[in-house]
Design a protein around this ligand. Structure first.
Ligand code: NAD
Length: 340
């Protein structure tokens, strides 16, 4: 068509190289729990890929990594379809970008859900891996990794070894079928103790808590998983027909009552300035928390607003992750070898 800009050969070459690299790095990260590059390097490549696609929309492949949630299902586990889809999160890397994102979301919410009051639910972004817990009649019947968002890996037997995840919900009022989403992680202190014990036993250490958590949850033998100090905090809910709560924060209150572990770091704020204040506070506190974080997440708290704003093929339009600037690019690269 007239006016179409044909991307030059070098642009195509760069694009194809980026797509290849992102695929390869994702595979190593999600399927092998053995990253080949640091998160900061990965994020930079991914951003460049997004930038090229914005500059040259005509080169965007249908199966571009920017159009999908980035995990595949490994053949080592049985595939499970999630009753409702799981998503990734839109990342921003500066406070200006965050401000622009929040202002736009607020403007959209004012048009699409005018009767609803917008509040931001602020959470820390736990550096672990997502798990989807399906409770039927109050009993944990299945646990799965996120996978590509539609289909995850069946890790039920491994999840059953995590003591803080209840096999049966307590209290009452839970829907007949409810999907609880959370992040499985290894607490920082437990991680150091576990590594110290490995050194004393003359074994190789685990590289970092995130990959150690992922590798521990994705063991073939649940008896191995049981030896790892895994924990989980809830950060979302999927299928939940019949649940009466009107907001995510209210839902966390219910989940806590049912015996599920909720994060102690969550806070609801009224304004954009409140979100920025939360970010500043946790930037100072981040190394004193129970687990590692790589940023904070702001979510529109009201379910009516969440429904009105909806999703892209990859992320919710009602939630954003702000990533703290990387601090450990060099050390990460040195101890990248993971023993899981
Ligand atoms: P993401 O990690 O940016 O965000 C989505 C995930 O955040 C969710 O699935 C959930 O598991 C998690 N999360 C943690 N706390 C949360 C909270 N409070 N609320 C909601 N979700 C929360 O997206 P992604 O698609 O999983 O992958 C991108 C991340 O993985 C980036 O950080 C990237 O650097 C890293 N990565 C690294 C490599 C590598 O080679 N080093 C490769 C692929 C991905």
């Amino acid at each position: 068509p007239a006016g179409e800009v044909i991307p030059s050969e070098p642009v195509r070459d760069e694009y194809e190289q980026l797509v290849d690299d992102v695929r390869r790095y994702r595979f190593a990260y999600y399927n092998e729990d053995q990253p080949l590059v640091s998160d900061a390097e990965f994020d930079e490549l991914y951003r460049r890929l997004e930038e090229l696609e914005q500059l040259h929309p005509e080169i965007v492949a249908n199966d571009s990594p920017t159009q999908e949630v980035g995990g595949e299902v490994s053949a080592a586990f049985a595939p499970v379809d999630h009753p409702s889809r799981m998503y990734s999160l839109e990342d921003v890397f500066s406070l200006e970008e965050l401000r622009a994102w929040l202002e736009k979301a607020a403007a959209n919410a004012a048009v699409q859900a005018p009767a609803e009051e917008l509040r931001w639910l602020c959470e820390v972004k736990i550096d672990g891996l997502a798990v989807n817990l399906l409770y039927r009649d109050g009993k944990l019947v299945r646990a799965a990794t996120r996978g590509d968002g539609t289909t995850g890996e069946d890790v039920t037997h491994n999840v059953l070894t995590i003591r803080s995840i209840p096999r049966e919900l307590s209290g009452s009022g839970w829907p007949t079928e409810v999907e609880i989403r959370g992040e499985v992680f290894i607490p920082s202190q437990a991680f150091h103790e576990f590594n110290r014990a490995l050194v004393e036993a003359g074994k190789a250490q685990l590289a970092n808590p995130r990959n150690a958590a992922a590798g521990s949850l994705r063991q073939k033998d649940p008896a191995e998983t049981a030896k790892r100090p895994l924990e989980m905090y809830v950060h979302g809910i999927g299928a939940r027909e019949g649940l009466s709560a009107a907001s995510q924060a209210e839902t966390y209150g219910l989940l806590e009552g049912w015996g599920l572990p909720v994060s102690p770091y969550t806070r609801v704020v009224e304004t954009l300035e409140g979100v920025l204040g939360y970010i500043g506070e946790y930037e100072g506190r981040r190394h004193g928390l129970i687990h590692e974080i790589d940023g904070i997440v702001a979510k529109a708290d009201s379910f009516a607003i969440q429904r009105a704003l909806g999703y892209t093929s990859r992320v919710p339009r009602w939630s954003v992750a702000y990533k703290y600037p990387p601090e450990e690019v060099h050390t990460r690269l040195l101890d990248i070898r993971v023993n899981v």
